[in-house]
Write a protein that binds this ligand. Structure first.
Ligand code: UDP
Length: 464
């Protein structure tokens, strides 16, 4: 009997990466691949502890490797984590590939690697050295990927510095006439937080660009109609989305926190159609006390019902959540308009008919999840690629309104309430988001473009 193709799938160790890469892993398993999924030990422990991650009847085999950081270190320091991974994860991954060829490990010989682009060039280099096929998965927008792939042009045009990628004179640039202007300060490598390793990080990104030139496929969790200009600029990037992220057959997969399924869904079931504001800021966003308070008061002032995800670690400094005085009793008590959860089953929430709009940090997964469910946004970015995603939501697709800070940098309660009122009453916005939803759905149906691209990718990876 011929053994099935065996894919080694490696996500970047963060929530917004593990979730979509796990969906890619399952989609390959659906097509007959054996799949080994490599998490860091830290992430593996989190997913196991959440109880909402690995239950899949053994279709995907999980392997955990050390990330090189001491136990108590700050894994939100993405620059440090990224740079450490090469030294610590690469040797283990190479060992896995080589041992599988000698009959070690379950699933037979590893025949291909499917690697999160953000993991770095080293992973694709291992595939090249060991002579197996490889694909890079870009779990964010094609527009942001285009900025990476255009780094040399940005240097030539004096938009960014050649050493560390920092913004030079021009504030904005356009990659093509059909793409929106982007701010050089908003290039992903320029807004992942303060760090003293900016140059090393940028060079890491440059190495990644060189490495993907040699891999067999570069796939992206987006769809043709969402970003036609970016896909025509880089036709080698195959859109395969929007992926159904975070759940498989109605069950949560890949979550770092336990989704409060029953709590969220039964509360939504009791609400009228299109009446609820869903508020969630992904896995990284942090608020200071003032902003947290304004958000709470803005939701109260709006007079609308809301389901608000308040992650246990959402307040800076790890403080216990400081709700405004009396807020919980007034708004979130029994029979109140507000419902708080620590983590939601977000795909299911956004698909619920009671949800009217999404106050979002514009993480790409959240953006695609809102779009595929036809939910308009209040777009409130926090870091990295989220600023570009906000531009697509509000200026390109016109399916959401920007949350705008006042002079002191705070998004005020009055602004939040006013934006919600404006969004809820905007029929054009709803029409546009429904049209985008339809295009998203068509792309993932059997004859749709993303579906076809995934097949092309899977068939290509199947070849010896
Ligand atoms: N998510 C979730 N429940 C929540 C908040 C987020 O399931 O309460 C999921 C969300 O559906 C998405 C992922 O976590 O798939 C977050 O990824 P995203 O790219 O939106 O943001 P990031 O966390 O990377 O900033």
């Amino acid at each position: 009997m011929v053994s099935p193709p065996h894919a080694l799938v490696i996500p970047y160790p963060a929530q917004g990466h593990v979730i979509p890469l796990l969906e890619v892993a399952h989609a390959l398993a659906d097509r007959g691949f054996a799949v080994t999924f490599v998490n860091t030990e830290f992430i593996h422990a989190r997913v196991v502890a959440s109880g909402a991650g690995l239950e899949d009847g053994g279709r995907v085999r999980f392997v955990a490797v050390p990330d090189g950081m001491p136990p108590g270190d700050d894994r939100a320091d993405l620059v440090k984590l990224t740079i450490l991974m090469e030294d610590h994860i690469a040797p283990r991954v190479e060992e896995l590939v080589l041992a599988s060829g000698e009959g070690g490990g379950a699933g037979g010989k590893i025949t291909c690697m499917v690697v999160d682009y953000n993991v770095g060039a080293w992973a694709l280099d291992i595939a090249r050295r060991t002579g197996i096929r490889s694909a890079a998965v870009w779990p964010a927008s094609a527009a942001v990927l285009s900025t990476l792939l255009s780094y040399d042009k940005l240097i030539d045009d004096n938009i960014i510095d050649a050493e560390d990628g920092s913004a030079l004179g021009e504030e904005t640039f356009q990659l093509s006439l059909d793409m929106p202007p982007m701010r050089s300060a908003h290039l992903a490598w320029n807004c992942v937080g303060e760090n003293d390793q900016q140059a090393a990080f940028f060079q890491y990104i440059v190495a990644g660009v060189r490495a993907v030139e040699h891999c067999d496929f570069l796939i992206c969790n987006s769809f043709q109609d969402a970003e036609p200009a970016a896909f025509s600029l880089f036709p080698n990037v195959l859109p395969i989305g929007p992926l159904l992220t975070g759940e498989r057959s109605g069950k949560a997969v890949g979550h770092f926190w336990k989704p409060e399924d029953e709590e969220s869904m039964s509360w939504l079931d009791a609400q009228p159609a299109r009446s609820v504001v869903y508020v969630a800021f992904g896995s990284f966003t942090m608020f200071d006390r003032r902003q947290f308070e304004e958000l709470a008061l803005g939701l109260e002032l709006s007079g609308l019902s809301f389901l608000w995800v308040v992650r246990p670690d959402i307040l800076q400094g790890g403080a216990v959540h400081d709700y405004p005085e009396g807020f919980l009793d007034r708004v979130c008590g029994s029979g109140g308009r507000g419902k708080l959860v620590a983590w939601s089953p977000q795909q299911r929430v956004l698909a619920h008919p009671a949800v009217a709009c999404f106050v979002s940090h514009c993480g790409w997964n959240s953006t695609m999840e809102g779009v595929r469910n036809g939910v308009p946004f209040i777009a409130w970015p926090y870091f990295a690629d989220q600023f570009v995603n906000q531009v697509y939501i509000s200026d390109v697709w016109k399916v959401g309104l920007k949350a705008v800070a006042d002079k002191s940098g705070v998004i005020t309660k009055e602004h939040i309430a006013a934006r919600l009122e404006e969004l809820m009453g905007d029929a054009g916005m709803r029409k546009r988001v429904e049209a985008l939803k339809k295009a998203a759905h068509e792309s993932i149906q059997i004859r749709g473009s993303s579906y076809g691209n995934f097949d092309t990718f899977a068939e290509g990876m199947r070849k010896a």
